[in-house]
Design a protein around this ligand. Structure first.
Ligand SMILES: *Cc1c(COP(=O)(O)O)cnc(C)c1O
Length: 357
């Protein structure tokens, strides 16, 4: 979370803009919260240049719930039923693997491509994907948070002769760079990495993908019902929406998505350069698909891991331990991490290598 946003939320905690109540105390259908909700949606639409034919849905359940909600809503496109519904998956790391597994409960799935052979260090070229004409949609994770692999450019499925909509899980890099909506049918993400606090899930879905939910889809997860109700089918996560709205304002104050993207590129370039120029640290992801948000790296001398983490903590550099499934280290340098934070990390890494290795 940007520090300025936390300060503003603290200042408004007991009394939002003279209304006499805090945001958590408002009716979700009252005029004050309605204004907060609509402003957040409008600011996000402007920031990400989301075209009119896309709905913005504020949901709950996180990215993992969407792994079920997406097939429940999309698998039965084109007159299909749960008996013949099918979706294609490109597996490039832990999150897309999870998406594939969950979707198998609702439709048949096919593995269109995988980067398993490279140890999740490269991305399979879209021209090599085995896309099925029967697929109701094609799923990718556009930034693999654990392996640190990012699609810097989204695939153009139509150019590959595929008419199915592209679904992207952009949980961990939403609003870090522009999105080419002409290539996307649906994007989803838990808010907690880059957009606001946990509890809010963002879905951006193209109009023509609404209205195809399987009969077993819970009403609260039916995109059509949510869109019809303006994300007010039931009580939305009001405080998280308010906080995300403050983050969107903050992003606009930074100069918008182009400015934050430039800043993110500078932060990532600095950190990868420090890793590549060292004898101690290593990141094996191919340069063309290295994540700008999640930078995993390993110490060539694993016995130094604990000392590295303890020393980092001592100088205020926190949460650098890698995901338990891959080990090593990971620096998540989301939008709210200032360049100075990455500079401090790089300085610490150099110092540690000089004195300990
Ligand atoms: C964190 C993350 C998720 C999981 O999100 P939850 O909100 O915890 O369900 C899903 N996909 C990606 C890419 C993530 O980084």
């Amino acid at each position: 979370m940007p520090e300025d946003v936390l300060k503003q939320a603290a200042a408004e905690m007991l009394d939002w803009q003279g209304s006499g109540m805090g945001v958590m105390e408002m009716s979700h259908r009252g005029p004050d919260f309605t204004a907060i909700h609509q402003q957040a949606q409008a600011d996000l639409r402007e920031l990400l240049a989301i075209p009119e034919q896309f709905h913005i849905l504020f949901m709950q359940g996180g990215g993992l719930a969407e792994n079920a909600i997406v097939p429940l809503n999309l698998a039965a496109r084109m007159g299909k039923t749960s008996a013949n519904a099918r979706a294609d998956f490109v597996v490039t790391g832990s999150w897309s693997q999870k998406s594939l597994q969950e979707a198998q409960r609702y439709c048949s799935t096919a593995l269109a491509a995988s980067n398993q052979e490279s140890g999740h260090t490269a991305l399979p070229m879209p021209a090599s994907w085995r896309l099925s004409p029967e697929a109701s949609y094609v799923h990718i994770c556009s930034n693999e948070t654990i392996q640190g692999v990012e699609f810097h450019e989204l695939p153009d499925l139509r150019a590959l002769g595929c008419d199915a909509p592209l679904v992207i899980d952009f949980s961990s890099h939403a609003a870090s760079r522009p999105v080419d909506w002409s290539r996307v049918g649906l994007a989803f993400g838990g808010a907690q990495k880059n957009l606001g606090p946990a509890g809010l899930t963002l879905v951006v879905v193209r109009e023509d993908l609404l209205g195809h939910a399987l009969p077993g889809c819970p009403s609260a997860f039916d995109y059509q019902k949510l869109a019809d109700a303006g994300s007010m089918f039931n009580t939305p996560p009001t405080y998280a929406i308010y906080m995300a709205g403050l983050v969107f304002r903050w992003l606009k104050d930074q100069g918008g998505i182009a400015a934050i993207e430039a800043q993110n590129q500078a932060k990532a370039a600095l950190l990868y350069a420090a890793i590549d120029s060292s004898e101690l640290y290593v990141n094996r992801v191919q340069a063309v698909c290295r994540s700008r948000m999640n930078v995993p790296f390993f110490l060539r001398e694993e016995r130094l891991n604990q000392a590295f983490l303890a020393g980092a903590q001592a100088v205020g550099l926190l949460q650098l331990k890698g995901h338990k499934s891959v080990g090593g280290m990971r620096a998540s340098i989301y939008n709210a991490m200032p360049l100075a934070g990455v500079q401090a990390l790089v300085a610490y890494m150099r110092e540690f290598e000089k004195t300990k290795a």
